[in-house]
Design a protein around this ligand. Structure first.
Ligand SMILES: Cc1cc2nc3c(=O)[nH]c(=O)nc-3n(C[C@H](O)[C@H](O)[C@H](O)COP(=O)(O)OP(=O)(O)OC[C@H]3O[C@@H](n4cnc5c(N)ncnc54)[C@H](O)[C@@H]3O)c2cc1C
Length: 287
């Protein structure tokens, strides 16, 4: 099923994001996570595309498995990194053959996350270019990324929004946001997007804090800000992993409740291939 049609049903869309594991143990652990989470009836799950296209085969194998063996709607992420048009076409053809209907089309990050993004020879410089390439050639439902706090490389929120609009004009039918911990960023972004004429569903991405050092690393890399009050509560219990998780789940559940009440079309959970936090949050939401 195409994700645009999931949004059209009017029901809230809950999706889970996974990354392709590197080892056999990782694959086994992820299979268990997906098994645990399938009882929560996700609307779809998505599989990331590793930096530099390093997980190309594993991403394709995993979305294929999730969709065709587990019977859960699946979306493949795809980036412009390290691939010219011919390689991109090969990936798109394989996804099509596997019956995958949804792609999150991204630019990706420069190697090591540093320096300017240099487009690969014969490839694409921006997500909007990738989307514009796929749109007339394939029947995939395409999504794009959005940044409520602005993308790290953008000079201003206005510039970032203008480029986000370009993705939609090129053919993105929905947007998924980067993680944020203060809902005001999301609601402000949606208001600015609507005012700029972006009409597609904007699915908020939520990452429950389960480990303080890890979330600090992630937010440094992507530019999302952790509110001072939340950080202070987490710092106080940093030696107690269960207490950190408890605060992380409470905060994310409160965020989700407020987002859904404020009109968000659903929630995209960054699961980090673990089920416990997402399960606890969804159970709270459905109580
Ligand atoms: C939901 C989500 C999922 C993600 N999944 C993955 C994944 O699986 N694998 C992975 O490697 N990364 C992933 N990322 C990270 C993403 O690849 C990075 O954030 C990357 O730096 C930007 O990708 P983009 O698609 O937003 O790029 P773009 O939309 O191309 O934007 C990148 C930057 O360029 C600017 N820009 C855009 N168009 C133009 C233009 N025409 N001219 C000048 N400047 C322009 C933008 O304002 C922005 O600053 C994900 C991000 C999100 C939010």
């Amino acid at each position: 099923m195409k994700i645009r049609d999931l949004f059209k049903t009017g029901a809230k869309v809950f999706s889970f994001e996974f990354f392709p594991p590197k080892t056999e143990e990782g694959v086994a652990a992820l299979s268990q996570t997906i098994e645990d989470l399938r009882t929560l009836r996700p609307s779809f799950v998505s599989v990331t595309y590793g930096a530099g296209g390093s997980t190309r085969d594993r991403t394709i194998d995993l979305v294929d498995r999730i969709k065709n063996r587990l019977g859960i709607e699946a979306m493949a992420h795809l980036t412009c990194v390290g691939a010219g048009r011919e390689e991109i076409v090969q990936v798109l053809d394989r996804l099509k053959t596997a019956g995958i209907e949804n792609i999150l089309a991204l630019r990706g990050d420069p190697p090591n996350g540093r320096g300017p993004f240099i487009p690969p020879a014969g490839g694409f410089a921006h997500a909007s270019d990738l989307i514009a390439f796929i749109r007339p050639r394939y029947d995939f439902c395409l999504g794009g990324a959005a940044y409520p706090e602005g993308h790290l490389e953008s000079k201003s929120l206005e510039e970032d929004l203008a480029y986000t609009k370009r993705k939609v004009e090129a053919g993105a039918e929905f947007l998924i946001t980067q993680m944020f911990f203060d809902n005001r960023f999301y609601f402000d972004f949606v208001a600015r997007a609507r005012a700029a004429g972006i009409a597609v569903p904007i699915l908020p991405g939520i990452m429950p804090v389960t480990n303080l050092d890890q979330i600090k690393r992630f937010t440094e890399l992507c530019g999302a800000k952790i509110p001072a009050s939340l950080l202070e509560r987490l710092e106080k219990v940093r030696e107690d992993p269960e207490a950190v998780r408890q605060i992380g789940v409470e905060h994310a559940a409160a965020q989700c409740r407020d987002l859904l009440a404020g009109g968000a079309p659903g929630i995209h959970f960054y699961t980090l291939n673990r089920s416990t936090a997402t399960r606890r949050i969804l159970q709270r939401l459905r109580q």
